[in-house]
Design a protein around this ligand. Structure first.
Ligand code: NDP
Length: 249
């Protein structure tokens, strides 16, 4: 394999890289030249398939099982990834999930569980990553347009977690600017994955609200993430970038 990709020599960690958007990001970063470690929760076979694809690109690839909602496990996984890679240049906080419940049926536990992975996992992971990151690194958080929209009933707690990561990114972008570590949030609209399948409960309702008239593909989110991971994004930090087919217009 040649070492001419725009991420050649870079070392990346993608959380929740076994399926969906995270898997697309992991394989895209590898195709662009990065060595990539992924974390996953339970789907060991899917994680291995992604590792195989990373290695087929001629890059180093490993998968680490770790519950991102557990700060101890998350920290251990980031430390282990740094050991495998010899450091971390690019962190993609992708692991996340949603519980969609009307407020009249909501429970404190629904919010707590989403906060634990979608927000605290991002927070503990970044703290763990920083000692392993050289100046000039990249931290990219997969948020959601739900961070600034509520496109259907029952999205309040998920939206709250996705708005919260924008707050983290703004603060971290300022804190880490002296080290030229750039921090940005990618905010997808509906993307066809296991979490939001085309034959699932939301697609029929949402597609008509998307000006481009379709769900996005995971590889489209991966392309934006790879750009933000590259040297070409050198003047972008503290930004939230929608990738939603115009749904937020
Ligand atoms: P999927 O459900 O398809 O994949 C989720 C990934 O996260 C899997 O790799 C899964 O691992 C991993 N994961 C889940 N829970 C944990 C955990 N506790 N610890 C570690 N890893 C975990 O989701 P998507 O690809 O659709 O979503 C990825 C991100 O994009 C999420 O943050 C989501 O909120 C966001 N997003 C998605 C949108 C969509 O329409 N799909 C829209 C906007 C944002 P395993 O395979 O082992 O279960």
């Amino acid at each position: 394999m040649t070492d001419t990709g725009r991420l050649s020599g870079k070392r990346a960690l993608v959380t929740g890289g076994s399926r969906g958007i995270g898997a697309a990001i992991a394989t895209r970063l590898a195709a662009d030249g990065a060595d990539v470690v992924i974390t996953y929760a339970a789907a060991a076979d899917a994680a291995q398939s992604v590792v195989d694809a990373i290695r087929a690109s001629g890059r180093k690839g490993e998968a680490i099982q770790a519950d991102g909602a557990d700060p101890v496990a998350q920290t251990a996984a980031f430390d282990a990834a740094a050991k495998v890679l010899g450091g971390i240049d690019i962190v993609v906080h992708n692991a996340g999930f949603g519980i969609f419940t009307p407020v009249s049926e909501d429970t404190p536990d629904n919010l707590r569980r989403q906060l634990a992975l979608n927000v605290e996992g991002v927070h503990s992971g970044t703290i763990a990553a920083l000692p392993h990151m050289p100046d000039g690194g990249r931290i990219i958080i997969i948020g959601s347009i739900s961070g600034h929209t509520a496109p259907f009933p029952g999205s309040a707690t998920y939206s709250a977690t996705k708005a919260a990561v924008t707050g983290l990114a703004l603060g971290w972008a300022r804190d880490l600017a002296p080290r030229k570590i750039l921090v940005n949030v990618v905010q997808p609209g509906p993307i066809a994955t296991d979490m939001n399948p085309l034959d699932g409960p939301y697609a029929e309702m949402l597609v008509p609200t998307i000006p481009l008239g379709r769900y996005g593909e995971a590889k489209e989110v991966a392309a934006l993430t790879a750009f933000l991971a590259s040297d070409e994004s050198s003047f972008i930090t503290g930004s939230t970038i929608d990738i939603d087919g115009g749904m937020s217009i």
